[in-house]
Design a protein around this ligand. Sequence first.
Ligand SMILES: [Zn+2]
Length: 380
Amino acid sequence: MFKIPLEDVIAKIKEKAGISEEEINTKIKTKLDQLSGLISKEGAAHIIANELGVKVIEQVSGKLQIKNILPGMRSVETVGKVTQKFDIHEFQKEDRKGKLGSMVIGDETGTIRIVLWQEQADKLNSIKEGDIIKIKDGYSKDNQGKKEVHISEKGTLIINPPDETIGDIKLGTSTRKNIKDLRENDDDAELLGTIVQVFDIRFFEVCPECGKRARPKDDSFECITHNKVTPAYSYVLNVHIDDGTENIRIVCFRNQVEQLLNKTQDKILSYKESPDKFEEIKTELLGNQIKIIGRVSNNTMFNRLEFVCSQVFPSPNPSEEIKRLEENNKGTEENTEQTKTEEPPKPEEPQKEVQEEPKETKDDSSNTPTEEIVEDVVEG
Ligand SMILES: [Zn+2]
C-alpha cells in the first residue's frame, strides 16, 4: 500500500471532518489502546479517518498532481515541467549493460525526481529544461524521505504533449538560511554564498547496480547487496562557501558535482587520470556565487557541521534574488524576526590570498566522505 505520512493523514482528517488536531490525537491514542499496540500510529489514523468517512487518498488512478503521488504506487500518470536535468549514467553488471538518467519535474503542487531506466534514459538527450513531460505507468518509491517516480521500459514518456500546460511551478519547501544559523539535521535548507575554497575531486568505487559503495575484497570489489561487482566510479567534491555570516564545507556528490561544474560524467572522470587538469577548474570556481539546497550533517570525526547538497544552482537568478528581497521587505512588524533570517546574505568578496592560492588545509584528509555520507548518496 502507499505510505502516507502521519501528519498528512491528520491534516486530511482535520480538514474534512472539521475536528481539532488535539481531538484527532486523542482518538488515535484511544484506538491504539483498544488494539493494544497491534497497529502503528499511522494505521490507527487511517482507521479514524475511515470511521469519520474521510477519504485520505482522494485519487489513485488517472493523471495525478505531483503532491498526490505517494511512494508505492504502480501505474503513476503525471505531467510536469522539467526544472532540472541530469546526466545519463551507464553501468555494467556481469554481462549486461545498464543505463539510468534522472530529472526533476514540477507542477503547481510541487516537484518530484523522475528516474529513467535503460532505453527511457536516452530520451533525456531530447529533453531540455522547460519542456513538459507526461509519464504513464511509472512506479513511485521513497528514497530517503523523498518521493520519486521510476520509469522502466514498460512505462511511457511523452515530451511536450500537445494538450498539456503547466502553470507556476511550486518549488520545494526549502528555506533560505544564513550559514551561521544552520543546525545539525536541518533539512531542505537553501544557502546563497560565494565559493572561497575548492578541494580536489575524490573518486570512489560504487556498485554499478545500486550505486552503493563497493569495497575491495580479495582481488575484486564487493557490494553488500550484489556481491562481486566490477565497480563503477562515483565522486565527491568539497568546497567552502561563505555567505557573509560564516563559512561552511559543502559536500557535493555525483549529480551535484555535475551541476556545479556543468560537466559530463566522462569529463569529470577524466580528472581522475589527470588531476592537474582540475587545477584550472578550481581557479574558475573561486569567487562564484552559487545557490544550493541540502541538509546539514555533523561530521563527528572533525566535530563540525557540513552541508550535503541535493541541488546546486551554479548561476542563481539575480531577478529572483531581488524579488526575494522585495517580498521580505513587505514583511510585517511581527515577521521581522523571520524576515531577518530569510534575507539573502550579502556575500563578501572572497579573500584575495584564498583566491590566488587555494590552500589545502591540514584537515584535508577529511575530504574523504564519511561512510555515512557515502552510503547516503545512493542513486535510484
Ligand atoms: Zn549493489
